[in-house]
Design a protein around this ligand. Sequence first.
Ligand code: GRF
Length: 207
Amino acid sequence: MNRRLGILISGRGSNLQALVDATRDGRLDATVALVISNREDAAGLERARRAGLEAICVSHRGWPSRDDHDRALVRELRARDVGLACLAGYMRLVGAPLLEAFPNAILNIHPSLLPAFPGFDAQRQAVEHGVKVSGVTVHFVTPELDGGPIVLQRTVPVLDDDTGDALAARILEEEHRAYPEAVKIVLDGGWRIEGRRFLRSPNVASA
Ligand code: GRF
């Protein structure tokens, strides 16, 4: 897998920033080749441009179908020779054209310990459910929402006086550490996927 990242965003882009910072301070040997937002007003676009990165909007509106939007994303990513796509607050389902163009090469970060609390508002869901521990999951993207093989998880305790927002702030700090680590693990290779499992230990059967 080449070390050129394409980062897909829809909003503020703090995880994008965390990835960029990690590439620049030596924690992550990778290049952010392109940032794409589906929304022109995403604060993350401005953040990326300030960091000197190429950052474009490919709106999800105006295409004949969802797949056509996905195909446009594939064209942009391929044009920059991207090897790994990282979703960072990208608020769209990823369709077949993108999944097929980047098999086992699209990551997402989610603010809960999946499979608990997929979808929107995972932090508020965790507080309302009353779990004592939540956290962060970095996983491969598959057709199932927040459902692909898990690369890395980190726990964050849920406190008695937590609100969704307070928990979200602590989870976000953990996300910023976890995402660069997970990207490094994937880029460094030596892993395999068996069923749902992302495994880094040597394959006993072939040893
Ligand atoms: C993060 O909580 C991420 O886990 C979720 O969306 C949020 C994006 O935040 N998928 P940011 O745009 O990276 O600041």
